[in-house]
Ligand binder design. Structure first.
Ligand SMILES: [Mg+2]
Length: 192
């Protein structure tokens, strides 16, 4: 088995060297090229974005807590609404808006953090989304897949075709209701 201390160092170097963001950019650019080949005019085509470690980076608190998830620290961080935008994904978002795609956020953040999340998205350069789905405060399933795929089903049943779904966790992407899925890397944590 690999050594945990060495893995942490390798992940920190992956971030600090810029390779993490470069790998995200490769995926975001693939999604952008796919959108570029579509014409959403009059077709209600949509792109779905995850938020944490896809649209916004929580790197400062991940690093401070040395990869150990401490819910109080993480919530304090989220409530500051200072998470920086992940630039290649923000570029994808702005490209999608400009081209006439609808945009949706589907996040595992709880409904109680809606205000700070909206504030952070806007300050990060994301605006004019069609709807922001947040996890209900009474959701207690062991996996986010039923919630996230259910949100995509709801988007689809309201008349949109989800052409792209992008996230950093497999659980962002499983469960269908999108033509294409795009997985950006996140070696720092796992959400079932
Ligand atoms: Mg995420």
């Amino acid at each position: 088995l690999p050594n945990l201390g060495l893995l942490k160092r390798a992940i920190t170097d992956y971030h600090d060297s810029g390779r993490w963001e470069a790998d995200i950019a490769i995926i975001a650019n693939e999604a952008m090229m796919y959108l570029n080949g579509l014409d959403p005019t009059g077709k209600k085509m949509a792109v779905v974005f995850d938020i944490d470690e896809t649209s916004l980076s929580n790197w400062p608190t991940i690093k401070t807590d040395d990869y150990g998830y401490i819910s109080k620290d993480f919530n304090d961080w989220v409530n500051k609404a200072e998470a920086p935008a992940i630039i290649p994904v923000r570029d994808l978002y702005q490209f999608a808006r400009k081209k006439g795609f609808a945009t949706f956020f589907v996040t595992g953040r709880p409904e109680s953090q809606r205000g700070v999340t909206e504030k952070n998205l806007k300050s990060g350069g994301y605006s004019d989304w069609d709807k922001l789905f947040m996890k209900p405060d009474d959701y207690h399933e062991p996996s986010v897949v039923p919630y996230k795929s259910g949100a995509r089903r709801e988007i689809t049943q309201s008349g949109f075709r989800i052409v792209v779904n992008i996230g950093d966790q497999e659980s962002d992407l499983q469960g269908g209701w999108s033509d294409r899925t795009f997985k950006v890397p996140n070696p720092a944590y796992f959400i079932p």
